[in-house]
Write a protein that binds this ligand. Sequence first.
Ligand SMILES: [Fe+2]
Length: 260
Amino acid sequence: MRVLQLTDLHIFCEPGKTLHNIPTRESMLDVVEHLRGQQFDHVIVTGDHTHDEMPASYRAVRDALAPWMSCLAQVPGNHDDRAILREVFADRVSGTAHEPVRFSIDHDGWLLVGLDTHLPGEVSGVFDEEQGNWLEEVLSQSQCHSIAVFLHHPPCDVGSPWMDAIGLSGRDELQSVLTEDGRAKLICCGHVHHEFQLQLAGIPVYTTPSTGIQFHPDSDSPRFDEVAPGYRIIELHDDGFQTEVVRLPEVKYVPVRDSL
Ligand SMILES: [Fe+2]
């Protein structure tokens, strides 16, 4: 099974608008062009679809991802509006209005689970009791041999103080549910706009570059990085998985040296 993870698109409704000098829509389209013709069993967006949370921005994301609409799954980030996301992707996202946007997909022995860590009005995220109850229920109903978890906020520190200050609360609860079940093989996240490889109680945790602006991985304060945008490819097998980040071959847009 071949899975594509895209994350942190940060699209504006104005087509040419930039985020610290990065035209996020153009950058997203460059990533999509780089992927053109590739087939995936699932394409998963792990949040921050837009920067302005406007309907037109979500529609631009939908247009760009049209080749994979039939296999698209999504969770929100801090820069998302559940109701608008749900309205624009009505055929992909179940539930109503501001209910959590999450998914569970049983496929070839794997369970792909998407968690909603969005906390309205906050940059940080949360895994709360309701989410824990939902996850326990989903896991209890699956006969899968392995689980891949997708969420916006990494459930562990990445070692960059300013990023860790806007991290996930309730991570101990998530760890508890996953370790009790014992089938989770990997966790894939966004939010930190850079590739990190971490662990949560022995479960590999991967973060993935943004399709737009990149954060510097080693800074005490917000700082942007002059590296190309990218995405993550995940191959899930009967006996394990492989994953890699792919960045575009050139740095087309350079961010301003600025704080967030
Ligand atoms: Fe983001």
